[in-house]
Design a protein around this ligand. Structure first.
Ligand code: SF4
Length: 432
């Protein structure tokens, strides 16, 4: 049976954090970091929002990053591209604004399927101070209502790659229509299959109306206002969350829907806000949770007792560590996260095992020294570190895989466990 009562109760809408909030004191580190930039978010955002185009205003390096990360489909025109700043633009000899307007107008004339155009800033466009907010305003005056132009920065100077999604959603908040009506707004990019599963569960619980942000079509903007209860589906959309709160929404604090336990607690936060009777909640949720637990039980012998080190990269580290420790018995050596935003992950910190080492930010050399001292069985890290660590004999898992793979919800709990079991098995086969 799912022991939902074992979890600390989720605070309801607008309530403060529980008095029993865990005082996790992280090790704060500042130094060299190994992360991708926010442009990476385009890879999953363009797949989700099927009427959106992402135009990076950047360099050839930016173009290479996006093309190699997203791949290019031969028979379909991609919905992302790069307007490459030339030497003349960078030297201020050409009017980059005129060029950008021309490129956007030509692109949209060729692509009638595009309803929303994101102008995505990069390190080079920020260095030459190209004002993409002004460019969006100028283009909107010409192109609305057929196409809406928005802008955000994917620059990697001071960010990590999941902030690209946060910046894109944050850019959409000011154009969301206003509504006082009561509704649930699920915030964070989810694969369509997961969105459909959650929709069915909310419907069975009698929770609604429910909107997902972002929607499958960027132009389908959900309304927001004082009746909106926000349920966060991804832990890295802090700026979006604060912008929605500034528009009157209230956040339902909860762990994230990773694993059977996390999914139950996440659904329960919404059920409490909608006053769903406990019996009905159990009738709907219990069979799903039990099926997920049975699927997870197959992975426990492979993962239990294995020692895990998470380096800071995706901002999913704390929820993932909670899932692997509580539902699969892994031992946490260190849980690194790029940022520790307690408004976003307070409920997750409460569920980490007592005394676990949490670190925020990165000083790469020091962290690698700690990792080598600890000799973990599995290391979760960015792509740039995975190969060197594998060469030293460590089993690794790329954290970027966690944003490309559908991992939320009951039906995906075992797939999430599989993500971590696979590299351990591969390494044990290599040792034979
Ligand atoms: S780090 Fe900067 S220059 Fe490099 S790909 Fe990202 S935005 Fe472009």
């Amino acid at each position: 049976m799912t022991d939902l009562s074992a979890l600390p109760p989720a605070p309801g809408a607008g309530e403060c954090a529980p008095a029993s909030r865990r005082a996790v004191i992280p090790l704060r580190e500042r130094g060299q970091r190994e992360v991708f930039c926010g442009l990476t978010g385009i890879v999953w955002l363009h797949r989700k929002m099927q009427d959106a185009f992402f135009l990076v205003v950047g360099s050839r390096t930016c173009a290479h990053l996006i093309q190699s990360a997203a791949g290019v489909m031969i028979f379909a025109e991609p919905r992302f591209g790069t307007a490459i700043l030339s030497d003349r633009d960078l030297a201020g000899l050409a009017d980059a604004n005129d060029e950008l307007d021309r490129i956007c107008v030509e692109l949209l004339a060729r692509r009638p399927d595009i309803g929303t155009l994101f102008l995505v800033g990069s390190c080079p466009s920020e260095v030459i101070k190209l004002d993409l907010a002004k460019a969006a305003e100028r283009l909107n005056a010409r192109l609305l209502p057929r196409v809406r132009v928005l802008n955000y920065s994917g620059s990697g100077i001071e960010t990590t790659f999941t902030q690209g999604e946060d910046a894109a959603l944050r850019a959409m908040v000011p154009v969301l229509p206003h509504s006082d009506a009561q509704q649930l707004l699920v915030v964070g990019c989810l694969a369509d299959v997961i969105e459909d599963q959650f929709r069915r569960v909310f419907e069975a619980l009698g929770i609604g109306p429910v909107a997902f942000f972002p929607a499958r079509r960027a132009g389908d903007l959900p309304a927001v206002g004082p009746g909106t209860r926000v349920l966060l589906a991804q832990p890295f959309n802090g700026e979006t969350m604060r912008a929605l709160v500034a528009r009157g929404a209230q956040v339902l604090e909860a762990p994230y829907p990773l694993g059977a336990e996390g999914t139950s607690a996440w659904l329960r936060a919404a059920a409490q806000a909608w006053d769903v009777p406990a019996q009905r909640f159990d009738e709907v949720v219990q069979p799903l949770a039990e099926r997920a637990q049975r699927a997870l039980a197959r992975y426990r012998p492979r993962l239990e007792g294995k020692r895990l080190f998470l380096l800071p990269d995706s901002q999913l580290e704390v929820p993932i560590a909670r899932f692997l420790a509580r539902e699969l018995g892994m031992q946490l050596i260190e849980v690194g996260t790029p940022y520790l935003d307690r408004q976003m992950i307070g409920a997750e910190l409460d569920l980490l095992p007592e005394g676990v080492q949490v670190s925020e930010g990165q000083h790469l050399e020091r962290q690698l020294d700690r990792l080598r001292d600890a000799q973990p069985d599995l290391t979760v890290c960015g792509l740039g570190l995975a190969n060197p660590l594998e060469a030293e004999g460590y089993a690794t898992k790329w954290s970027i895989e966690l944003v490309f793979t559908p991992i939320q919800g009951y039906d995906q709990a075992a797939d999430l466990a599989e993500v971590f079991a696979r590299p351990l098995e591969r390494r044990s086969r290599l040792k034979v």
